[in-house]
Design a protein around this ligand. Structure first.
Ligand SMILES: CC(C)(COP(=O)(O)OP(=O)(O)OC[C@H]1O[C@@H](n2cnc3c(N)ncnc32)[C@H](O)[C@@H]1OP(=O)(O)O)[C@@H](O)C(=O)NCCC(=O)NCCS
Length: 298
């Protein structure tokens, strides 16, 4: 196992943009929602010593920054007819929570980005990604509401590897998030990212109350020890020490398999978990092992 310094080098090798002075994290947050002690909870050096760019959703001065966030979101989700209505962004995201992500210095914006993004020379920084997170009523628990990056709009050669992953990582680190619930569609490539922030417990496997019934609701205890595995693809020894394959599988493309698992969850047979390493290593439509804790509940 590599030490933190070596791991940081590995991250930078795969995502060289991460250390560019032209790219910085941003936090789009109203003053009342500012996190008083950012980055105190999790022992991780990745984002230390970097001052984020702050933007204020209640200020007209920052409206254009929001328009640029909207532009990325609607370009990424629009084709699937899932673009977020403006009132959802305002009422359900930035009033109760905040948006985090990375932004590029506008004066050095590469041509490939200029071509696909809304941008303005009047703004110092142009957003490249967004991660929305909202506190829930459960103590220490936050809900991940939206994740989006320009990579989904760029040709592979122009992409910023890890942009989506690091946007969510930054938000979780910044807000000292202990527990994160989230929702993702079984068919979404985002599953490959979401599973890497801590052991992914399945809360629902079939969710018809959502506009997409094939939605997975998950909860995870944030564990920064596993974050680097997104880049190194080393086995997650901590996960393997704590959880074992139950012998059961879930087939993401088979509604009856999702329903069967949902029935088991509702009967209280869980908790059930998914392995990030397995999700990363196989296609999105392949069946997944269901893991259970090695120590039983009692
Ligand atoms: C899903 C999304 C947020 C991922 O962000 P990203 O910046 O593209 O991804 P990252 O660079 O952080 O991570 C790359 C890894 O993600 C996975 N990935 C990203 N896009 C993928 C795709 N279209 N198909 C399969 N895997 C994909 C891969 O595992 C890849 O790593 P690998 O090639 O080494 O295996 C981004 O593609 C996006 O905005 N998509 C549209 C909106 C969306 O679906 N959001 C998720 C809602 S839950």
């Amino acid at each position: 196992m590599m030490k933190e310094g070596g791991l940081l080098q590995e991250l930078i090798q795969k995502s060289p943009w991460f250390k560019s002075s032209d790219i910085r994290p941003y936090v789009y947050v109203r003053a009342e929602n500012h996190i008083p002690t950012p980055g105190q909870k999790h022992n991780l050096s990745w984002f230390q010593g970097v001052e984020p760019i702050y933007k204020n959703p209640l200020s007209l001065d920052d409206l254009e920054f929001a328009e640029q966030i909207y532009f990325i979101e609607s370009s990424a989700f629009g084709p699937a007819n899932l673009a977020m209505p403006r009132w959802v962004f305002y009422d359900c995201a930035v009033v109760p929570g905040f948006v985090a992500g990375f932004a590029h210095r506008t004066s050095t914006l590469p041509a490939a980005l200029k071509k696909i993004l809304r941008h303005s020379p009047d703004l110092d920084w142009t957003p490249l990604s967004l991660f929305i997170i909202i506190p829930t009523m459960a103590r220490g628990e936050w809900a991940a509401h939206n994740l989006c990056s320009v990579n989904s709009l760029l040709a592979p050669a122009d992409q910023f590897y890890g942009l989506g992953f690091l946007s969510k990582a930054f938000g979780l680190w910044y807000a000292n998030v202990e527990t994160c619930v989230g929702m993702t569609q079984w068919a979404s490539p985002a599953r490959k990212l979401h599973s890497h922030y801590g052991p992914m417990e399945i809360l629902t496997s079939y969710t018809p109350v959502h506009s997409h019934a094939e939605t997975l609701t998950y909860r995870l205890k944030v564990n920064v020890n596993s974050w680097m595995l997104f880049f190194t693809r080393e086995p997650d020894l901590e996960f393997l020490e704590t959880y074992r394959p139950s012998g059961m599988f879930v087939d993401p493309k088979d509604r009856s398999s999702l329903l069967q698992l949902q029935t088991q969850l509702e009967r209280g047979e869980g908790p059930y978990y998914l392995s990030a390493a397995q999700i990363a290593s196989q296609g999105l439509t392949e069946p997944l092992s269901i893991y259970t804790p090695k120590r039983s509940k009692g």
